[in-house]
Design a protein around this ligand. Sequence first.
Ligand code: C2E
Ligand code: CA
Ligand code: CA
Ligand code: CA
Length: 278
Amino acid sequence: AKAAGKNCVRRHGETADSATVRRTRLARDLPDALSRGQLRLVYQPVVGTVERRVLGLEALVRWDHPVLGEVSPDEFVPLAEDDGLIVPLQRWVLEQATAELAGLLAEDRDLQLGVNISVRHLQSGSLVPDVAAALARSGVPAGRLMLEVTESLFIGEPDRADGDLQTLHDMGCVISLDDFGRGYSTFAYLARLPVDVLKMDREFLAGIEDDERSAALVHSVIELGRRLSIDVVAEGVETPGQLARLQELGCRYLQGFLLGRPTAPAQLAAVIDAFDAG
Ligand code: C2E
Ligand code: CA
Ligand code: CA
Ligand code: CA
């Protein structure tokens, strides 16, 4: 049977049936994951090529399932969105990430923190008060918090979500458009919304080392950012060749396994210091 649906993530060697069994189990266990402390955040560095240091971190959620082991957010975030658990989950992510950032800022580190936002949270109307509460509780200045939204938000007519995003921008939060280029017609949204940062999808990097057309495409995204005063972050940088080409093309901000893996909070200071020293 074809266990269809956007939430079906087929893992290697898995049949459709075992995928369904797994999904059912995860959906059943998810409500307890938060209360039992099974969620944690890891942080991936974002590096500035001009500054030559770690400028920011992206918070990425992990679920340590007691039996199934580490579960990817690509697998359980959609389940949370379907089950109405996404708002409490995102609230926890915001509280946890800002608390951990406050610790780093207290050590005098100059960092910005990216948090992935679910469209459902924004549409629920509670994102603005939830962000305000997390900032107030942690003491983190709004300008240190980057909210990463995807274009799935903007499909259709402007609605309250647009207004809430503008409110968050007016509060001083940095707004980034994640996975830029993965979908369609993102350009129009750039005129409509208060976007500060574009995160260029890693698909763009395939082939930039030896294919002029791919390189030209990346160059045009960087140029678009320059014209609109939007910073462009290249996502998924994996090879020294990609890094060199991106620098030639004028890309100032990089994220990817080559620069740094998603890292547990306890190891974070060491990772940042090692990069900044090297
Ligand atoms: P994303 O926001 O595009 O995050 C980047 C993903 O790419 C992360 O996967 C990261 O580990 C991976 N990545 C980073 N560098 C490289 C690289 O060089 N090569 C490759 N192949 N991959 C790289 P991760 O952590 O599995 O997260 C997957 C997605 O889950 C994220 O994609 C984001 O959309 C979502 N997500 C993660 N945390 C949260 C969260 O707290 N809330 C929500 N709503 N979504 C989240
Ligand atoms: Ca992201
Ligand atoms: Ca992305
Ligand atoms: Ca700007």
